[in-house]
Design a protein. Structure first.
Length: 234
């Protein structure tokens, strides 16, 4: 479904990504792990159209999307749940959901999709007319995921979905990702919680200083001595 080929990205004179290559098969969860500053968010934003690569190709369902503006990438079916949730705090929950349905691909199914996400997240149904900024951190993360789903994505990129959440809420969020994947949505998971993300990933990539250094199944990376020493404290 998604293939990144030899992508290079610069922020000014600093190189953020160097010859990054990876692939995401339809119907899988792919984890991208690494320390702060490894290039994970730069990669997600480049795929999503917020950064323009200096070179390389990004293929989504066979079409090269490298350098396309983000609204066109979204309308092709690439959704993103951004780090820090990035909801509209002054708007109501309902208005945030409607913002997610503004994409041309999703407008006709706005009512149907709102019913779907409210069934997935009953707390959002209870708070439809509440200002989104007054929700708890976990509820805001639910809203961020629900807003993304309103856009009818085929693939969702999750950027640090557990950041700042209590352990029980983290479990709920990751279970939601697993449920979405089981229902057919392809997922890319960027997460500092390496152990948890590798447990649910079909495939994983380790980024270090803007480069892919280790690739394998989630299970294989969990038992890889380099990963265990660097990220799992073993």
């Amino acid at each position: 479904m998604l293939e990144v080929r030899n992508v290079n990205v610069f922020h000014g004179d600093a190189q953020a990504l160097e010859d990054i290559s990876l692939s995401v098969e339809a119907g899988t969860i792919v984890a991208i792990v690494g320390a702060n500053g490894a290039g994970k968010t730069s990669l997600i934003r480049t795929i999503g159209g917020m950064h323009r690569p200096a070179s390389g190709r990004i293929l989504f369902e066979g079409a090269d999307i490298a350098g396309l503006p983000s609204h066109l990438v979204c309308d092709l079916g690439v959704g993103q749940v951004a780090e820090g949730r990035q909801i509209f705090p002054a708007l109501s929950v309902a208005e945030n959901l409607d913002m997610g349905a503004m994409l041309p691909r999703a407008r006709r199914k706005r009512v149907q999709n709102r019913e779907r996400v409210q069934a997935m997240f009953p707390k959002l149904r209870e708070r439809l007319w509440q200002a989104a900024g007054t929700l708890s951190g976990g509820e805001q993360q639910m809203l961020a995921i629900a807003r993304c789903l309103m856009g009818e994505p085929k693939l969702i990129m999750f950027d640090e979905p557990s950041l700042g959440l209590a352990p029980t809420i983290v479990h709920d969020v990751l279970q939601t990702i697993r449920d979405l994947n089981a229902a057919g949505t392809t997922c890319v998971l960027v997460e500092q919680n390496v152990a948890v993300s590798l447990k649910i990933a079909h495939k994983a990539y380790v980024l270090e200083n803007g480069r892919v250094t280790i690739t394998g199944t989630g299970e294989a990376l969990l038992s890889d001595e380099r990963v265990r020493r660097a990220y799992l404290g073993v």
